[in-house]
Design a protein around this ligand. Structure first.
Ligand SMILES: Nc1nc2c(ncn2[C@@H]2O[C@H](COP(=O)(O)OP(=O)(O)O)[C@@H](O)[C@H]2O)c(=O)[nH]1
Ligand SMILES: [Mg+2]
Length: 216
């Protein structure tokens, strides 16, 4: 099975709480995946690499995604030759020091609404920068998110920027601590949206999750 790269579509961007509440209430049992992480870690780049070129906008300026962006994507089953559609969410980042209080509050309200009302069949992909794992905003986010009981995978992106052997082994050495800190995280992936490292594994994990039969 694979994600049909040319068939992902942008559906809408929502920045108003009321609109997000009604959209999520109208779509109670949907299956899909949500990308969340601090700005500039490569969420939009990963979305483009996994779901098709220019599905999401890539920004050179951190902090541009101020809304929950909703997309659809298509999984193709080679054996049965059938296609199935799912939802993809690019959720605003967290941990900004440089936005107004009002904006930070609106962001937090969007996040609260999203995580309270989204279907249990949404897989959460938390993206972090592999050069700076376990940043304080990421730890605070994980304390917050674990109460929602959503299946969560961690992606350490930009591994291509770990140029030296010592940088790579530094991350490796921290893995036991990382596993310990993120006990509720079911999978950890190392990716490069730019060079393609780890993306096949992430694609298969996404497919496995969305195609999973619900427990009886
Ligand atoms: N070297 C490298 N750069 C990346 C990678 N992923 C994203 N970037 C760059 O990081 C910047 C922010 O990416 P973007 O996808 O907009 O991050 P977002 O704010 O999390 O959505 C852009 O300049 C990207 O080209 C990666 O895996 N490797
Ligand atoms: Mg983005």
């Amino acid at each position: 099975m694979n994600i049909q790269k040319g068939k992902s579509e942008f559906l809408m961007g929502i920045d108003k709480i009321e609109q997000l509440i009604s959209w999520l209430n109208e779509h109670p049992f949907i299956s899909g995946v949500a990308f969340i992480g601090r700005s500039n870690v490569g969420k939009s780049s990963l979305i483009n690499s996994l779901f098709g070129k220019s599905t999401a906008r890539v920004s050179k300026t951190p902090g541009r995604t101020r809304q929950v962006n909703i997309f659809s994507f298509v999984v193709f089953n080679k054996e049965t030759k059938t296609e199935e559609s799912f939802y993809l969410f690019d959720v605003p980042g967290y941990g900004h020091a440089d936005v107004s209080k009002e904006m930070a509050k609106n962001w937090q309200d969007l996040l609260d609404t999203f995580f309270q009302l989204c279907s249990e069949k949404i897989l959460l992909l938390n993206i972090q920068d592999s050069r700076h794992p376990l940043q304080e905003p990421d730890m605070i986010f994980h304390d917050y998110i674990k109460s929602f009981d959503l299946e969560t995978y961690l992606l350490f992106n930009k591994v291509d920027k770990l140029k030296t052997q010592s940088e790579r082994s530094q991350l490796k050495n921290r893995m036991p601590a990382i596993y310990q800190k993120f006990k509720w995280v079911k999978q950890i992936h190392f990716t490069s949206a730019e060079k393609g490292d780890g993306l096949l594994g992430v694609e298969q994990s996404i497919i496995e999750f969305v195609m999973r039969e619900p427990p009886i």
